[in-house]
Every structure is written in C-alpha cells, then in structure tokens.
Design a protein around this ligand. Structure first.
Ligand code: 6PG
Length: 474
C-alpha cells in the first residue's frame, strides 16, 4: 500500500512525488489527463517501483494505507474545490487532504472548516523553491490542525530543504496560516526582485555597465551580507550570452514581467490589515506597469526620455559600494514590513505565527533564501515578538549604517529619472518611521474641518477637541 497520494502531475507535483519516493515513501499518483501519468511513470527511472499510477481518485484513495494523506498539486482556485470534493467522498475520518498549491489563504480557511465538518482534515501547505526545490528540497509552510500535521510531518520533514541539518518545514498555525505565510513570502520575493531590478537599472542606465560587468558585481555581492539565492541567480542570468545574437541574454528579453497573483494578494492583505507594506505594493505596481509596454514606449516619445546617465564626475567604486548598502537598507525595510504584516495577521486571525520559525524555514529551499534570514531567525529568538524588525539588532545598526547609501542612490537616481519605486518607498517608510512629529496634524485638522472627526491636543491628550473652523471666513 502507498504511504501517501498525490494528485496533479504538473512540474511541481511530479517533482514532489519523485522527492517523496526518493525519501523512501511509496506514492500513489493520479492526473486527470492519463497520458501525463504514463509519461511521468516512463521517466521515473529507479524510483518507479515506489510510484503507484492510478486512473481515478477512488483508485488513488484505495491504493493508500489508512489514514490516507493525499497531496493536491493542482491549479489554485476551483480545481482544488473540485478534486477535494471528490476525494472527500471516498475518504474516512482521519484522512487528510493536503493542498500544496499557491492557494489564497481565505479559500484555505473556508475549505479547512468545510472538510472538518465532514470529519476530514485539510492542511493548506505553501511550498516554495520552484521545480528544483520541489525535487530536491523545498521550504514548506503548513497550516491546519496540529494533529493532522503530526501524522504527515515526517514525510514533509524528509523532503524539505535542510539548513544546518534542520528541515525547512513547519506548521505555521491553524487553517490558512501556511498559505498566508507563503503569500507573504511571495510578496517579499516581489520586493526583493524589484529592488534588485532597480539597482540593475542604476548600473545599466546610470553607470553604463555591461551585463557581464554586472554579473561580476552581483557575484561579489553574493559573498557579503546580500548573499542570497536571488542575488546568485541575478549574477548567473547577467552572465549568460544569447547563442543567436551573441548578446547578453537580458538585453534581448522583452521588458515585461508576468505575475500570477500571490504578490498582489500580499499587498491586498497588508492593506486589509492596515499594515503599510509599501515596498511590496511598489513591486506589485511595477510589475503591472512593466506589462504596459506600448504605453511606456508612447510616453517616452511624449515626454522625452529621462537623462538616466549619472554624472561622470561621480566615483563608480563609491557608487557601487553605496548601491550594495542601498539594497541592504531597502531589504531590511521590505522584510520589516512583511514580518509586520504577518504579526498583525497572527493577531487578527488568532494564529500565533512563530515569526522566528518562519524566518528559519525560509533560510533554505525557498526563493528568498539567504543568510539574512538566518540573522532574522536569530533576532526573533532573542527579541521574541518585537513588532518591527527595524528596531531589532543587528538590523537597527545596519539601517543606521546604510540608510545614507539608500538616500544617496535614490536621490541621484531620481534626479536622473531612473525609476526607483521600491527603493524610494523603502526610504520614505524609513524616514516616516523615524519622524517623531509628522504632518498628520494637518490631515487630522482637515478631517475635523470637513467631517467633525475631532482631534487630540498635544496639551490635552485623550480629550477629543474640535477646531474653531466655523469662525473662519466663509
Ligand atoms: C516560489 C515561487 C513560486 C512561483 C510564483 C511566482 O516560492 O517557489 O514564488 O510560488 O514562482 O508563482 O509568482 P509570479 O508568477 O506571481 O511571479
């Protein structure tokens, strides 16, 4: 009998199934298009004896020993409801449906409650790391009933990436907690990628560097505090030459980036929770703007191209050093925002999200994996539930040391018309966060003027006052 079932043999599902089989599990598999199952089995090589192909969901369920855990790796949305519904029909209490897709956590909350009412456990599990991660070790963010997780934890720990021998898999909280954490992971992924893109823009358009030159700079940065998977692949991407044209491949790639939705959900949830996640929001908006290629071409004609080139009198070495610092400063702010969104969601949904553990399971396997996340996990281990990463060492010290680099780069880039949506948002957030006397006195006065919303006086805290607006002219 199989230890676990898996539905959906797309790239992620197929690789997860192979990973589970490789770790000693017998895996029953099913795909709606039977030809895909046949192709999967034909390519399973030495793992084939641990894979059981099945022709229907009832067959799949029948092939698994009780209690049956079944992983769904199908397109997020209605397909999950359809497959889960059929599965539940052939399942018994104690069996578990495990949705490993990029589901919206609101759907996961609903599904968890619906299936619980039928006696079936439903785990919502975020899996990060792409194709390679799924095959050799992803980061796994689970949500659901602890008793259900305990029944499958061993399997997921075995397939997860390891950091210092520790599996990058954890139960983050009940119901939709795991998919929420994966959503915020993707929001941070968007922010990281956008900030790297902005720094690339300064190097390419401000400093006139070639892709191979930039590849070397990113490779060098990957030996310092920015060391991460995304910096590593940026260096690799910039170093690749297109066979057809002999040009760096980035130079012939159309400048529009797609998005499947998790980054946008991340920004929307932040807004809903009332937590500013301005860097993530800026990154999502930048992706949307990137897709408006025709409009951008037309507007460059209408308004003229920005000068973009940095003054030649500026010292390139100093700018490159500042760029590294700017990226680190922006990254601290982006992560502080992402973690603040999780802290608020934890409170709102009663999840008790373990922020330190989340940082730990992001240290390997996932797309945002980095040494920086090891620092975050250590910081949370000593500071507990501190609200803002910016207030915790070593990040406070790093921000003190790098915010001027962020300022210098943003200022210089803006003067030359190089877009900096994410990095400038990070700087604005930092500046707003450390402004004891903001300009919201005027906003509140305006609210009181037109809506009688009242305000507190500095000299009478807690007392709602109104302004003498009616006495003014008009
Ligand atoms: C991951 C990735 C993964 C996927 C996203 C990309 O953590 O492994 O984030 O989930 O690549 O779907 O999202 P976009 O298509 O929105 O860029």
């Amino acid at each position: 009998m199989a230890d676990i079932g898996l539905v959906g043999l797309g790239v992620m599902g197929a690789n997860l199934a192979l990973n589970m089989a490789e770790k000693g599990n017998t895996v029953a598999v099913f795909n709606r298009t039977a030809a895909k199952t046949d192709a999967f089995m034909a390519h399973a090589g030495p793992l084939a004896p641990r894979l059981v192909p099945t022709k229907s969901l009832p067959d799949l369920a029948a092939a698994i020993s009780d209690p049956k855990p079944v992983v769904l790796m199908v397109t997020a949305g209605p397909a999950v409801d359809q497959e889960a519904e059929v599965l539940a029909g052939v399942m018994k209490p104690g069996d578990i449906i495990i949705d490993c897709g990029n589901a919206n956590f609101h759907d996961t909350r609903r599904r968890e409650a619906e299936f619980k009412a039928k006696g079936i456990d439903f785990l919502g599990v975020g899996v990060s790391g792409g194709e390679e991660g799924a095959r050799h070790g992803p980061s796994i963010m689970a949500g659901g009933d602890p008793k259900a997780w305990a029944r499958v934890e061993k399997i997921f720990n075995a397939i997860a990436a390891k950091f210092d021998g520790e599996p990058c898999a954890a139960l983050c909280g009940p119901d939709g907690a795991g998919h929420f954490v994966k959503t915020i992971h993707n929001g941070i992924e968007y922010a990281d990628m956008q900030m790297i893109g902005e720094v690339y823009g300064v190097m390419r358009d401000g400093l006139g560097l070639t892709a191979p030159q930039m590849a070397e700079i990113f490779a060098h940065w990957n030996e310092g505090p920015l060391k991460s998977y995304l910096i590593e692949i940026t260096s690799k991407v910039l170093g690749v030459i297109d066979e057809k044209t002999g040009k760096p491949i980035v130079d012939i790639i159309l400048d529009t980036a797609g998005q499947k939705g998790t980054g946008r959900w991340s920004a929307m949830e932040a807004q809903d929770l009332g937590v500013p996640a301005t860097v993530i929001e800026a990154a999502v908006a930048a992706r949307a703007l990137s897709s408006q290629k025709a409009e951008r071409v037309a507007q460059e004609k209408l308004f003229g191209a920005a000068p973009r080139k940095f003054d030649t009198s500026l010292n390139h070495e100093a700018i490159l050093k500042a760029l590294e610092g700017a990226l680190l400063g922006g990254k601290i702010v982006a992560y502080a925002q992402g973690f603040a969104v999780m802290a608020k969601a934890s409170e709102t949904y009663g999840w008790s999200l373990p922020l330190g553990t989340i940082a730990k399971i992001w240290r390997a396997g996932c797309i945002i994996r980095s040494v920086f996340l090891d620092d975050i996990s250590k910081a949370y281990a000593t500071s507990g539930s501190a609200a803002n990463l910016m207030d915790i060492e070593p990040f406070t010290g790093l921000l003190k040391a790098n915010n001027e680099s962020l300022r210098l780069i943003v200022a210089e880039a803006l003067l030359k018309g190089i877009p900096m949506p994410a990095l400038s948002s990070a700087l604005a957030y930092f500046d707003l966060s450390r402004t004891a006397r903001s300009t919201a006195d005027l906003t509140q006065a305006q609210r009181d003027f037109f809506g009688a919303h009242g305000f507190e006086r500095l000299d009478a805290p807690g007392v709602v006052s109104h302004g003498p607006w009616a006495m003014g002219p008009g």
